[in-house]
Design a protein around this ligand. Structure first.
Ligand code: HEC
Ligand code: HEC
Length: 198
C-alpha cells in the first residue's frame, strides 16, 4: 500500500511541492500484508484505491476505477514487471490470483512458483506486483485526466450471473460485492439453482 501510494505522491512532491510534500505517506504502511498482515485486501490495491480517492473527479469515478483495477488484478498473470536492478535477482514466476485478497493472491502464487509465503522471492514478487499496480493505477488516472479513459475490464459472467440473484437490486439481495464469487464459493448446495455464466 505504501509502495503504490508513495511512488506517486513522492514524485508529485518533487514536481509540485505542497500539498504533496507534507502528505503523511507513512500512514499507508498499515496496508502491508493485506492490512497489518491480516491477509485481507492486497496492499498494492489498497494504495491504488487511496490514489483514486484522492484524484478521481467523483465518487462514481472512484468506484469505476477501483472496479477496473481490481478486475485487472484478479484476471491478469502477474507480476509482469522485471526491474533492471532487482533487489533480489531471481526468476519470478507469474500467477493469476482470481482474488483481490492478499491471502489468496500470495497462496496461489506460492502454489504456482513452489516458493513459500514468507520467502524472499515472495517478497520480490510483491515488490514487482506493486510496480505493476502503480503503473496500471497511474495509466487509469492519466487517461481519465486527458479525457481518454475507457474501461478495459469487464466483470466476469460468473459475477454478473451470481449477482443477478444475490446482490444489489436482485430478488434476494442477500449479499454485496463484485469479487470473484467462485474463488470462495466453489461448491454450492446440491439444490442450488444452476448458474449459466457466459
Ligand atoms: C437463479 C438465481 C440464482 C443464481 C443465478 C445464483 N443463486 Fe445462489 N441461491 C439462489 C437461491 C434461490 C438460493 C437459496 C436461498 C435460500 O433458500 O436461502 C441460493 C443460495 C445460495 C447460497 C447459500 C446456500 C448455498 O448453496 O451454499 C450461496 C452461498 C449462493 N447461493 C451463492 C451463489 C453463487 C456464488 C452464485 C453464482 C455462481 C449464485 N449463488 C447464483 C439463487 C441463485
Ligand atoms: C472472500 C470469500 C468470498 C467471496 C469472494 C464471496 N463470498 Fe459469498 N460468502 C462468503 C462467506 C464466508 C459467506 C458466509 C457463509 C456462511 O455464512 O455460511 C458468504 C455468504 C454468501 C451467501 C449466503 C447468504 C445466505 O443468506 O446464506 C451468498 C448468497 C453469497 N455469499 C454470494 C456471493 C456472491 C454472489 C459472490 C460474488 C459476487 C460472493 N458471495 C463472493 C465468502 C465469500
Amino acid at each position: 500500500m505504501y509502495g503504490v501510494f508513495a511512488s506517486v505522491i513522492v514524485q508529485l512532491a518533487e514536481q509540485h511541492g505542497e500539498p504533496y510534500q507534507s502528505f503523511p505517506v507513512d500512514m499507508m504502511r498499515y496496508g502491508a500484508g493485506g492490512t497489518g498482515g491480516s491477509g485481507s485486501l492486497c496492499g498494492a490495491l489498497n494504495g491504488a484505491a487511496a490514489l483514486f480517492g484522492l484524484f478521481a473527479q467523483s465518487e462514481e469515478q472512484t468506484k469505476q476505477f477501483i472496479s477496473e483495477l481490481f478486475l485487472w488484478y484478479e484476471q491478469k498473470e502477474l507480476p509482469a514487471f522485471v526491474p533492471r536492478k532487482p533487489i533480489l535477482d531471481v526468476e519470478v514466476p507469474l500467477s493469476v490470483s482470481d482474488s483481490v485478497l492478499c491471502h489468496v493472491s500470495v497462496t496461489r502464487w506460492a502454489e504456482t512458483s513452489g516458493y513459500k509465503a514468507f520467502s524472499k522471492p515472495r517478497k520480490e514478487r510483491c515488490r514487482r506486483l506493486t510496480a505493476d499496480t502503480a503503473k496500471r493505477a497511474v495509466e487509469i488516472l492519466n487517461t481519465s485526466l486527458s479525457g481518454k479513459y475507457e474501461a478495459q475490464m469487464d466483470m466476469t459472467g460468473e459475477v454478473k450471473a451470481c449477482g443477478s440473484c444475490h446482490t444489489k437490486d436482485s430478488e434476494m439481495s442477500n449479499t454485496r460485492g463484485t469479487m470473484s464469487c467462485g474463488s470462495c464459493h466453489f461448491s454450492l448446495a446440491k439444490d442450488h439453482p444452476t448458474v449459466q455464466s457466459g
